[in-house]
Design a protein around this ligand. Structure first.
Ligand code: PMP
Ligand code: GLN
Length: 381
């Protein structure tokens, strides 16, 4: 393993999901739903395979049907206009979009400011690009970005801001005021911004605001999302980028040599999914709001300090009230102690002190599974 990837051996999601299987635990760690998305969309994928749509290499930028559906989605929900031919790129999940964007836009030695805790692929991809990660710590209990701190972190080497809203794992959703302040800094310092919006349809109060909609931002923002979370098909790995023709062309160049294209038939199905009526998006959000409340109450009753998320399907907790200090140790022993798996937030920090006692639970599971986990946590040794 080269120096850039030293210490990045196995992601926490692999470690913890393997532990869940080995111990027969309830897995509230890795974020994937235990119920598939709409049957009509699964049928659309099967129909595409059987009709021979996308079974051979589809076009590199993505099938035209999906690129149009992505552009329509951006218009329908945010009033953002993108040309499906030049301003939309389909990727193998948001993960590839992030990798391709970082590899395409960074020079070795560039600095990237990213919120921490950060989704773990950010650190790895910034490292693979030979760039330097500069964390802006979101601190408990509010997990808001300190905008003065952000300003102070910007140097002549800063090339890019990497944002994630709604934010995994804290559930922070950036407010229009925070986004406006970030946009102002980006314009002032001529920075590019990558925004990871994979949880765009999982906001429990208020709405998601895309940074690209703010003045001066469309041409410097690479917006990333994916079908995995919104439609509960995380295994399909269909993601996308929307941006200016220049930035999309740059990301496409990198993407060509990572995967060339993404799986064809799923793209036709995701095109249908993006055109589902508003009721789908509303019901999805209502269902997860209820699950959030269920898990939040259960964790509180079991003695955890719960930080209410505004979005995503994760709840971050503090284990200090349980007489525990170390989230990593806690998560490694929890399966044996009570048969539940969670994720220690500390692995998503450079400044590990800020997240040492934080543990993340996902609630994108059936009610019975959440109830079983709550019961087990309440009985833990
Ligand atoms: N970004 C964030 C913040 C995530 O939580 C995830 C997890 N799925 C991804 C990106 C990756 O998305 P995908 O599965 O579409 O690659
Ligand atoms: N995004 C999901 C999570 O944070 C899954 C990540 C993964 O499996 N790499 O749990």
């Amino acid at each position: 393993l080269n120096r850039r990837l030293t210490g990045m051996g196995t992601t926490i999601f692999v470690e913890m999901s393997a532990l869940a299987v080995a111990t027969g635990s309830v897995n509230l760690g890795q974020g994937f739903p235990d119920t598939d998305g709409p049957a009509s969309i699964a049928q659309a994928a099967a129909d595409a395979v059987l009709a021979g749509k996308g079974n051979q290499y589809p076009p590199g930028p993505g099938v035209p049907e999906l690129r149009s559906a992505i552009a329509e989605h951006q218009q329908r929900f945010y009033g953002l206009t993108y040309d499906p031919d030049t301003e939309v790129l389909v990727t193998a999940g948001a993960t590839e979009a992030l990798a391709a964007a970082l590899l395409a836009l960074l020079e070795p030695g560039d600095e990237v400011i990213a919120f921490e805790p950060f989704y773990d692929s950010y650190a790895a991809c910034i490292a693979m690009a030979g760039a330097t990660r500069v964390p802006l710590t979101l601190r408990a209990p509010g997990f808001r970005p300190d905008l003065d701190e952000l300003r102070a972190l910007i140097t002549p080497r800063t090339r890019l801001l990497l944002l994630n809203t709604p934010h995994n794992p804290t559930g922070t959703v950036l407010t229009p005021e925070e986004l406006a302040a970030i946009a102002e800094l980006a314009v002032e310092h001529d920075l590019l911004v990558i925004t990871d919006e994979v949880y765009e349809h999982l906001v429990f109060s208020g709405t998601h605001h895309p940074l690209a909609a703010l003045p001066g931002m469309r041409e410097r923002t690479v917006s990333i999302s994916s079908a995995g979370k919104t439609f509960s098909f995380t295994g399909w790995k269909v993601g996308w980028v929307t941006s200016s023709p220049e930035l999309v062309a740059a990301v496409r160049t990198a993407k060509q040599y990572l995967t060339f294209v993404s799986a064809g038939p799923f793209q036709y199905a995701v095109a249908e999914a993006l055109r589902l009526p508003d009721s789908y998006f509303e019901d999805f959000r209502a269902d997860l709001t209820r699950k959030r409340d269920l898990l939040s109450a259960g964790l509180t009753a079991a003695g955890f300090r719960v930080f209410e998320p505004q979005g995503t399907y994760f709840i971050t907790t503090d284990i200090t009230p349980l007489g525990e200090k170390d989230g990593l140790e806690f998560c490694r022993s929890l399966p044996e102690r009570c048969g539940v798996v969670a994720i220690p937030n500390v692995v998503f920090y450079d400044n590990t002190e800020a997240g040492r006692s934080h543990v993340r639970f996902t609630f994108c599971k059936r009610d019975a599974v959440l109830e079983e986990a709550i019961e087990r946590l309440a009985r833990r040794q």
